[in-house]
Design a protein around this ligand. Sequence first.
Ligand code: SAM
Length: 346
Amino acid sequence: MIDTNSVIHKLETTHNATDEELLLLMGTDYDASVLFEAADRVRKQVYAGEVYIRGLIEISNHCRNNCLYCGIRASNTNVCRYRLTKEQILGCCAAGYELGFRTFVLQGGEDAAFDDDTMCDIIEAIKAAHPNCAVTLSIGEKSRQSYKRFFDAGADRYLLRHETADEEHYASLHPPKMKLEARKQCLFDLKDIGYQVGSGFMVGSPGQMPGHLLADLRFLQELKPDMIGIGPFISHKDTPFANCANGSVDLTVKLVAILRLLFPHALIPATTALGTIAADGRQRALTAGANVVMPNLSPQSVRELYSLYDNKAHTGAEAAESLAILKKQVSEAGYEVVVARGDVKK
Ligand code: SAM
C-alpha cells in the first residue's frame, strides 16, 4: 500500500513520480487537499500569487478539420461561420490593451483564408500597435516554414494541444488523415524555432483510460512545454460524441495540481471549459496550481458562434470587458491579476 502523502512530498521535492504513483494521485482513494496545497506552494515559489491574463480573440470558426469532439468541425452544417477582419482583430487588441491585457491570443479553426501572408500582416500590425505585448497563436497544424514566418513577423507563443498522446486513442478522436506524429512534429518544430510553446489535452474525452493520461504526462515531460492547457471534454450536440459524458471536474483539477508539481515553471491556465461545467471550476484550478486565465476578447457578435462545446461560457468572468468580476474572483481565491506580458519564468 503506497502512502499518498509521501508520494505528494516526493513529487513536490523531485518533480517526478513513478507511473504507479501518478496513477494513484489521479484516483479517488485519498484526501486531495494535500495535493492541492503542495501544488499551491510550488506555484507560489515560482510565480508568487500572480495571475496572468490573456485576451482570447477567436478569429475564425471555419475549419478544414473534422475532429470528432469539436463543435466547429468542418462537417457540422449547423454552424454559422464567421471570420474576423484585420481591423476587427486590431480593434479587439486596442480594447484589450485599455483593459490591461498585455498578451493577445489569436485562436481559430484551420481556415485557409488566414494564409501566411494574411497572418504575418496581422501579427506585424498588432506588434506595431502594441510593442510591449505578446502575441500568441493557436491556429493549428502548419508547416515549419509557416511557423517560422509567423515567428519572424513577431509572434511570441504558440498553443497546440496534443489532445491525447496515445496513438489508438488519438485515432478514435480524429479523422484518419490527422496523425498524432504530425501534431507532435509541429510542437517540436515550434520549440526549435524559438516560440514559447503550449500543449495539453482534454480530460475525459471518449474512450480515455488512466493509462492514456499517464502517456499525456510522459509526453509533456519529453516536450517540456512552457504552457500546459487542460480542460474537461464537454459534449457538443452536433458531433459524433453528442451523447458522451463530460469529463470530470475533480479529475481535471487533480491533473492541474499534478502538472504544477511536475512542471513548476509552466504557465497553466484555469480554462474556460472548466469554468463552463463548474461554477467554481476556475477558482478550484487556481488554488491547485493554475496561474493564467484567458477571458474572451472576441467581438460580442461572434462569441456564440465559436461553439466548441455546448453552453461554452463567454459572459461574466469569462468576458474580457467584465474584468472586474474576474479580478474579484481571483482575489477572493487569494491571488492577484497583474498587468504584464506574463512570460514563462525559467
Ligand atoms: N484549431 C486549433 C487547434 O487545433 O489547436 C485551435 C482551435 S481548437 C478548437 C482549441 C481546443 O479546443 C482544442 O485543442 C481542443 O482541446 C478544445 N476543444 C475542442 N472541442 C472540445 C470539446 N468538445 N470539449 C473540450 N475541449 C474542446
